[in-house]
Design a protein around this ligand. Structure first.
Ligand code: HEM
Length: 411
């Protein structure tokens, strides 16, 4: 090795690692996970700690949560979709208070009214869906969950408003997803054409939300956070957190069911526990939140590794869920594994864990069970193509135009 190579190798390698992480995060995490439960790596100028072990995930997310705060690089990039002061951006006492305030939105009574909305919109979608047609799962679930989420959280039911809001919101999500995956996105105050579009969309969506809040003061986020001056930010956060994740998870479950037809009868006729096991297996294989990003507030030791203040700590959920220590034949679609006790309470964490875990988990399960059941009760699903194509932007979601064929059930 000559002097020039010695000098340049490390920076080149770290930039190429960073590039791989940004462009192919799920494959990158899988590759790094094969090297052990915790891995220290430089990506560009920053030190990253990757965690693929359930005990260590528990330590970071729960036991030592005050040390491992939301990763500012990641969370700043998604501010246009979450608002600056929405729950997902908050830490400590502010976060605890906002979480407590949001609790009534997911009470048994609220979930019962949400159930009626999900059932109604799912029935409407099925009426419009012709049997044997090629059913674009991503497109259909994105629209269905958008309608239900806007109705449940904001009382927004007018089709034109939903369409208007939907288009803007999806585009904003997409642009922020590109920012997440970009090596060095231009700061928002620089008026690039993309930044201008982000700002324009953000302002239009906020205005639509404000307009809606004037009309409907008694539902979902509006009711829970009444009087809070960050109300519009909370609305943005709940729409963002509740929409793409849920739509993606149900679309993945349908694609997996189409490839594994023997489970469709269980969904159509089985009890909720059996349907939830199928949904969980799909969340295990395709977790919409495929990684959680934290940042060390001070020096610490995790799994024998010295962690330094400002280290970026990544819990690689997609790889944790495929760790053979916890799941036999991890690549196999085998929902029965969720009818038994898991090998570790933190080996399956699609909704996160600890003080910043998902507040909408019960709603997500409810929506998924209703929609999967209704579709499978009416149709047999068959896969048009062998593989399931996905794209990890802010969340892991299936690519559009993945079709499944629907055949009317006889009985
Ligand atoms: C399958 C569907 C869903 C998945 C996989 C999911 C996943 C997650 C995960 C992993 C987190 C924690 C993020 C972190 O620790 O950094 C989270 C937080 C959150 N989720 Fe969900 N979520 C889903 C559905 C929902 C729904 C339906 C809602 C509400 C309508 C919702 C609202 C939220 C909110 C507000 C937070 C932020 C909590 C906080 O920061 O304190 N999510 N979600």
């Amino acid at each position: 090795m000559n002097r020039f190579e010695r000098k340049t190798m490390k920076p080149l390698q770290t930039i190429s690692n960073l590039n791989d992480f940004m462009t192919e995060p799920v494959s990158f995490l899988q590759e790094v996970a094969s090297e052990g439960p915790i891995k220290v790596s430089y990506l560009g100028p920053k030190r990253f700690i990757f965690i693929f072990d359930a005990d260590l995930a528990h330590e970071v997310l729960v036991k030592k949560a005050p040390i491992y705060i939301q990763n500012r690089t990641v969370f700043d990039r998604i501010k246009p979709v979450t608002g600056k002061r929405g729950l997902v951006q908050l830490e400590g006492k502010d976060s605890q208070m906002a979480r407590a305030t949001s609790r009534p939105m997911f009470s048994t009574n609220s979930l019962e009214s949400a159930r009626a909305i999900v059932e109604k919109y799912c029935d409407e979608m099925l009426v419009e869906t012709a049997a044997s047609s090629n059913f674009d799962v991503t497109e259909k679930m994105t629209y269905l969950i958008l309608r239900t989420t806007l109705a449940i959280l904001l009382g927004m039911e007018t089709t034109e408003l939903v369409d208007q809001m939907g288009k803007k919101f999806l585009r904003l999500n997409y642009l922020c997803g590109l920012r997440m995956r970009s090596l060095a996105p231009a700061p928002l105050f620089i008026p690039t054409s993309r930044n201008r579009e982000i700002k324009q969309l953000q302002s239009e969506i906020r205005n639509l939300i404000k307009h809606q809040l004037v009309l409907v003061k008694v539902r979902g986020v509006a009711e829970a956070f009444r009087g809070d001056d960050a109300l519009v930010d909370h609305c943005m956060t709940f729409l963002f957190a509740g929409h793409e994740t849920t739509a993606a998870s149900i679309a993945f479950a349908l694609l997996l069911l189409a490839k594994n037809p023997s489970y469709q009868d269980t969904v159509a006729r089985g009890n909720n526990e059996a349907v939830e096991a199928i949904y969980k297996e799909s969340l295990r294989l395709f977790p919409p939140a495929y990684m959680l990003a934290r940042e060390a507030k001070k020096d610490d030791i995790i799994g024998g590794v010295n962690i330094r203040k400002s280290d970026q700590v990544i819990i690689g959920i997609s790889s944790l869920h495929k760790n053979p220590l916890y799941f036999d034949e991890p690549e196999k679609f085998y929902p029965e594994r969720f009818l038994q006790k898991l090998k570790h309470p933190f080996c399956f964490i699609p909704f996160g864990a600890g003080g910043k875990s998902c507040v909408g988990e019960r709603l997500a399960y409810m929506e998924a069970v209703i929609i999967l059941k209704k579709i499978c009760q009416r149709y047999h699903l068959s896969a048009v193509s062998e593989s399931i194509l996905y794209d990890p932007l802010i969340t892991l979601h299936p690519l559009p135009e993945q079709l499944i064929q629907l055949r009317e059930r006889k009985s």
